[in-house]
Design a protein around this ligand. Structure first.
Ligand code: 2DT
Length: 212
């Protein structure tokens, strides 16, 4: 019999919620428990497309808003063959941001509707689990200043949070809201519980297609 597939697990949330820290801890804990796991992040700034996005985020270049939205999506699509291969090999992928960030960030800009923003990502590998690390703007502020990159202002982050709330109403996606105001270990334990469940369930299911 072919080996059981890995799970596609995504962490989303506004800035300062601790996504990257938690992704790393989750991968480490899964590996230590004998479950093959790898971390990925979007944007993946290492590819040619990713370098265009990175320069834009660092404000070293300007890109028209639709154009950069499509580049973010293309940056996910270019990774799909390798993602599918790894999942088939039984590797669980823990992903720091995915299409949900894509739709939430662009639709927080004036003149963009959520529906249009979702379109380029329709049909991407569907996550078995999406955890939203919930942190109020006041708690986020206590964690320090925003960085220097594009989008790192409290006004924009609030708009993004609202768009995430709309995306989370979609019952076709397995959303779990995680209270990110707890300490790092508490958040991790919660994330680990949900992930083990998703890994067990995914083993017996085909990989789905997002928003289709
Ligand atoms: P970090 O590398 O610090 O996570 O910041 N973004 C991300 C988008 O606007 N669209 C997307 O599709 C994705 C994945 C969120 C990356 C910044 O880029 C934003 C913050």
């Amino acid at each position: 019999m072919a080996c059981k597939r890995g799970a596609l697990i995504v962490l989303e949330g506004v800035d300062k919620a601790g996504k990257t820290t938690q992704c790393k801890k989750l991968v480490q804990a899964l590996q230590q428990s004998g479950r093959p796991a790898e971390m990925m992040r979007f944007p993946d700034r290492t590819t040619t497309i990713g370098q265009l996005i990175s320069a834009y985020l660092e404000k070293k270049s300007e890109l028209e808003d639709h154009t950069v939205h499509l580049l973010f999506s293309a940056n996910r699509w270019e990774m799909v063959p390798s993602m599918k291969k790894k999942l088939e090999q039984g590797i669980t992928l823990v992903v720091d941001r995915y299409a949900f960030s894509g739709a939430a960030f662009t639709s927080a800009k004036p003149g963009f509707c959520l529906d249009w923003c979702k379109k380029p990502d329709v049909g991407l590998p569907k996550p078995d689990l999406v955890m939203f690390l919930q942190l109020s703007p006041s708690e986020a502020a206590l964690r320090g200043q925003f960085g220097e990159e594009r989008y790192e202002t409290s006004v924009f982050q609030r708009a993004v949070q609202h768009k995430f709330e709309l995306l989370m109403k979609d019952p076709s996606v397995n959303w779990q809201v995680i209270d990110a105001s707890q300490n790092i270990e508490g958040v991790h334990d919660n994330i680990m519980d949900h992930s083990l469940n998703a890994i067990n369930t995914a083993q017996n299911q085909l990989l789905g297609e997002l928003w289709k």
